[in-house]
Design a protein around this ligand. Structure first.
Ligand SMILES: [Zn+2]
Length: 327
């Protein structure tokens, strides 16, 4: 792609110097430096392309050109100019085209797509927030749902066993989470406990092999249709990431507990997100699971609350579409 040739012309250390200061690991890990450089450069190139020629992008989409063609046909790097006024037809066309380009693929409602597109144009911090999200661990933002599977041999490399020594309780002794998720759980549970709410973890990491057994059992017990609504096929479970906790009790009544009410109000402050909210089965593929929370980090949790109405699935679909178009 032409866009990669243009990267060679960019002064990456200059562009990234602010990130070196704010993210300590970038100072020490070359691979992370390079990944950060490429991510930042791609984002900057993308913005420069769009801001420098919104009319061309809009007409490209309107005439039915493929998104990839539209992107590669305007590779020149120029300084971003101020976003046009809202009355500018070029701006209207740009926003409309942007919806088609990213959001049609991400399958996000027009209302949210409009918020995000306008934020990209008018709110400089949007791109910075997205950049931080993309630079967080793969497992924080990877889309795992009925259409998108993890490799069956994917397993976290830093699983730790949960114990009842801290602020939360456990229903079994064999629960495991990624180290970052385990510490984030303890951090959240400590604050919940101070509020008089004791959280109990009932399920956490599951391997693809274990998920195979569970799905087969679900089909046998409840029938295929019910199993598809409440259980994932192997590779398609967020639990395989090692960043998900099912809180006790794993049943519909959990939604009425003080634990659930506390989590709904506070979880995102600690980087936890309800994956399958009420009324979104047609979006997530799963019925309401008030007990199932995924650790996605504070940056992404805030990003979801700010731009995606708190719906994790929409944000992850957007990020997935974004990454497909940026690579
Ligand atoms: Zn679950």
């Amino acid at each position: 792609m032409d866009i990669y040739n243009d990267l060679a012309d960019l002064n990456l250390p200059f562009l990234l110097s602010p990130f070196y200061d704010t993210i300590p690991i970038m100072k020490t890990v070359p691979a992370v430096k390079i990944a950060a450089a490429v991510s930042a450069a791609l984002l900057i190139v993308f913005l420069a392309v769009f801001f420098s020629n919104p009319g061309k992008n809009a007409s490209g989409g309107a005439s039915g050109e493929s998104p990839a063609t539209a992107q590669t046909s305007v590779p020149s790097i120029t300084a971003p100019r101020a976003a046009p006024q809202s009355a500018d037809p070029d701006r209207e066309a740009f926003v409309e085209d942007f919806w088609r380009w990213i959001f049609s693929e991400a399958a996000i409602p027009d209302r949210i797509a409009g918020t995000v597109a306008a934020s990209m144009l008018e709110n400089p911090s949007f791109m910075m927030e997205l950049l931080f999200v993309l630079q967080s661990g793969y497992y924080t933002h990877v889309l795992v749902d009925k259409q998108h599977a993890l490799p069956l041999d994917y397993s976290p490399d830093d699983l730790v066993s949960l114990t009842a020594a801290g602020s939360f309780r456990i229903t079994r002794n064999d629960l495991q989470l990624r180290a970052s998720a385990a510490s984030a759980l303890e951090e959240m549970a400590a604050v919940a406990a101070a509020d008089g709410v004791i959280l109990t973890a009932a399920s956490a990491y599951r391997s693809a092999a274990r998920q195979t057994e569970i799905f087969a059992w679900q089909v046998q017990t409840f029938g295929r249709e019910a199993a598809e609504r409440q259980s994932a096929r192997p590779g398609h479970s967020q639990h395989q990431l090692g960043t998900v906790v099912d809180f006790y009790p794993i049943e519909d009544s959990f939604a009425e507990t003080p634990q659930s009410r506390w989590l709904v109000r506070n979880a995102s402050r600690f980087g936890w997100s309800l994956s399958f909210p009420d009324g979104y089965e047609h979006i997530t593929g799963y019925r309401f699971e008030p007990w199932h929370y995924r650790y996605i980090g504070r940056d992404l949790a805030a990003f979801i609350d700010t731009y995606f109405e708190g719906i994790q699935q929409f944000a992850l679909q957007f990020i997935q579409a974004w990454q497909e178009h940026s690579s």
